[in-house]
Design a protein around this ligand. Structure first.
Ligand code: URA
Length: 419
């Protein structure tokens, strides 16, 4: 078998066998197949698609390309969630302590941000001392002790996906249903949970531009999960504007803390958290009624159980919990500028991707993997799409540590928020 024949087969719309797919995944992961050969095959898959059998084989080959986490010691109701991506996405930080407050085990490995989307792990590191580089033994100990741990990718989970995803990013092959479905499900299968809720986003700030495509993607991922013996439920979220108001690492952590204290709950964030969470509770066998589950989640916010679970997690992972009690302790950016509206009107658009890119420009995200993140910078919106605004009313606040970048961001945000 050789890679040239495999590329030619997919180019000519032939079905790839399991052996051919394994040969490619193994060969590309260990460096025997070059980037340009892999790029040619991925582009052929992008153009000619894959049938269900090819998709299963690609997914399982990628899932087994590295370590596979065994969480069976926590029983059969370990729940996980995955989102296909958003800007201002602090859902995991809010949602998972709520889920753990019901005694449902949460053992979650999350990612860092790259490009315009942020990552849960970067956001958690905005809490001084919070250690995300925890080894697997301690990770499991924490879950045994307090029922929750969120750490970075310390295991070598689905390394084939890491390589293929990075390559897809450079050859315009990200927005493709079989490639996204296999990428996400290979990681979820390797990450060990047996119950998974997938949040499939659609709209201007998402890979899937329409609900129809989002449903097609969800259906593929659900059948891959079923094949792997995992129970998978999809929920759908429009992604045109950022989630909540804050975009930027410590700004988002503060928003998440306030949410769990029941102090300030942006409607869209609340809707997403309750929707995903109510299905996680159902999958974990703790309640079949979705509306009742949402009420129970709100109760665990109001009675302080969810916030206490966040505190326990931060404490056990070395974080300074005094920051959770007093959010004023988070380091503030040097320049904090309120941007005012120059007219009366109604907000018609705030493109999530553009706002994510602007936060990244201020230093909240990375362009390259090695870039260092500035925790205190970002944007806090004061309005959502469809809100009315008056002249001289604040549209957003820019948090910057560089004066020139701050000036640029003030002008840019006025262009991004369309009135
Ligand atoms: N998220 C992933 O993990 N993979 C994709 O291909 C797209 C979104």
């Amino acid at each position: 078998m050789n890679i040239l024949d495999i590329i030619a087969n997919k180019r000519d719309k032939k079905e790839l066998s399991k052996e051919e797919i394994d040969f490619f995944v193994k060969g590309y992961t260990n460096g025997e197949i070059t980037d340009y050969q892999a790029a040619a095959l991925i582009m052929a898959i992008y153009i000619n698609g894959m049938n269900d059998e090819e998709l299963f084989n690609l997914t399982f080959s990628m899932a087994n390309s590295g370590e596979v986490l065994d969480l069976s010691e926590f029983g059969t109701n370990v729940v996980d969630k995955h989102s296909t991506g958003g800007v201002g996405d602090k859902v995991s930080i809010v949602l998972l302590p709520i889920i753990a407050s019901f005694g449902i085990p949460v053992a979650k490995m999350s990612g860092r941000g790259l490009g315009f989307t942020g990552g849960t792990i970067d956001k958690l590191e905005a809490i001084p001392g919070y250690n995300t580089a925890v080894d697997i033994e301690n990770f499991k100990n924490y879950v045994h002790k307090i029922g929750i741990s969120i750490i970075g990718q310390t295991m070598n989970l689905a390394p084939a996906d890491k390589k293929i995803y990075a390559l897809r990013d450079t050859i315009s092959c990200v927005d493709n249903i079989p490639l996204i479905a296999s990428s996400i499900m290979s990681k979820k299968i390797a990450a060990g949970a047996n119950k998974i809720v997938l949040e499939v986003t659609y709209g201007k700030g998402a890979f899937m531009k329409t609900l129809e495509d989002a449903k097609l993607l969800a259906q593929k991922m659900e059948s891959l999960g079923k094949y792997a013996g995992r129970e998978v439920k999809s929920v759908f979220t429009p992604m045109n504007e950022p989630i909540g108001f804050a975009v930027g690492n410590s700004l988002e952590i503060i928003e998440a803390i306030n949410f769990l204290k029941g102090k300030n709950m942006p409607e869209d964030l609340k809707r997403i958290v309750l929707e995903i969470g109510s299905h996680m509770i159902k999958l974990a066998g703790r309640g079949d009624n979705i509306e009742e589950n949402k009420q129970k989640m709100l109760e665990n916010i109001n009675n302080g159980l969810a916030f206490n679970k966040l505190k326990e997690m931060v404490q056990i992972q070395g974080g300074d919990i005094t920051y959770l009690d007093n959010i004023e302790k988070f380091e503030k950016a040097k320049y904090i500028i309120e941007v005012k509206s120059d007219k009366n009107g109604q907000i018609s658009e705030m493109n999530a991707e553009d706002i994510g890119k602007l936060a990244c420009f201020l230093g909240a995200g990375r362009i390259k993997k090695e870039d260092k993140i500035d925790m205190s910078v970002g944007i806090v919106l004061n309005k959502k799409v469809n809100d009315f605004v008056e002249q001289d009313e604040t549209l957003a606040t820019i948090y910057a540590n560089d004066e020139e970048k701050c000036k640029t961001a003030v002008e840019e945000i006025k262009n991004i928020i369309k009135i």
